[in-house]
Design a protein around this ligand. Sequence first.
Ligand SMILES: NC(=O)c1ccc[n+]([C@@H]2O[C@H](COP(=O)([O-])OP(=O)(O)OC[C@H]3O[C@@H](n4cnc5c(N)ncnc54)[C@H](OP(=O)(O)O)[C@@H]3O)[C@@H](O)[C@H]2O)c1
Length: 236
Amino acid sequence: MNFQGKVALITGGSSGIGRAAAIAFAKAGANVVIAARRVQEGSEIVRLIKDVGGEATFIQTDVSRSEEITALIDKTIDTYGRLDCAFNNAGTEGKFASITELTEADWEHTMSANLKAVWLCMKYEIAQMLQQASGGAIVNTSSWLAKGGLIGSTIYSASKGGLDGMVRPAALEYASQGIRINNINPGIIDTEMLRRFFQPEDKAAKPFINHIPSKRLGTSEEVAETVIWLCSDAAS
Ligand SMILES: NC(=O)c1ccc[n+]([C@@H]2O[C@H](COP(=O)([O-])OP(=O)(O)OC[C@H]3O[C@@H](n4cnc5c(N)ncnc54)[C@H](OP(=O)(O)O)[C@@H]3O)[C@@H](O)[C@H]2O)c1
């Protein structure tokens, strides 16, 4: 897969799946824009990519703020002049608790970062891609929890289910203009998010991991492979 001359934007690129995707895109020759809130982590990945001869920029962004999304797209174009691939991956687990314990503020927090932000990112990414008139590819990170469930996951599952509802009409709207839009629904992946729930090395985690058919956690690199394939010409 060759992304030479292409520009790839990754939200939530400061850790986990997004970090692995940023590195994979850069290895494949793309100019990479990493968007997230944590400056130190984001800058560190830019340094890693540049150390091995790649090209990347970090743009501090809180995707739950619409003005920061428009600024992100503007800065991406100011920096690299175009946008070819967008991986809308930023997401929060929010608060996992039973419905009666959750608040409206918990709902707003998770929905704005996981669902509204992806709709807004697509809105401005697609507008830019249409202006370039050379197509493009967008991948959004949904989750196995869009269709599955865990006790406490109502808001998170609703936010990811919303992404799965959006992807089909969005893909239909722009397919004829050469813009491909897909979701990925990762299984259980060993990232900072997962480790905020449990430590996979702990004995107590064994029964949970044994429920996974492969009896192991997925890795961010495995997910990143899927993302860059979906963004490549091979997935036309
Ligand atoms: N790990 C799993 O098992 C799993 C399974 C299915 C789906 N997912 C999804 O995969 C995606 C990536 O998660 P991960 O597992 O890689 O966990 P992670 O390491 O915690 O990564 C989450 C990323 O999202 C960013 N982020 C969160 N809120 C943000 C906001 N308001 N604005 C900008 N960036 C924000 C974080 O960056 P900053 O903190 O620097 O802002 C971080 O880069 C998420 O959408 C998650 O829901 C994960």
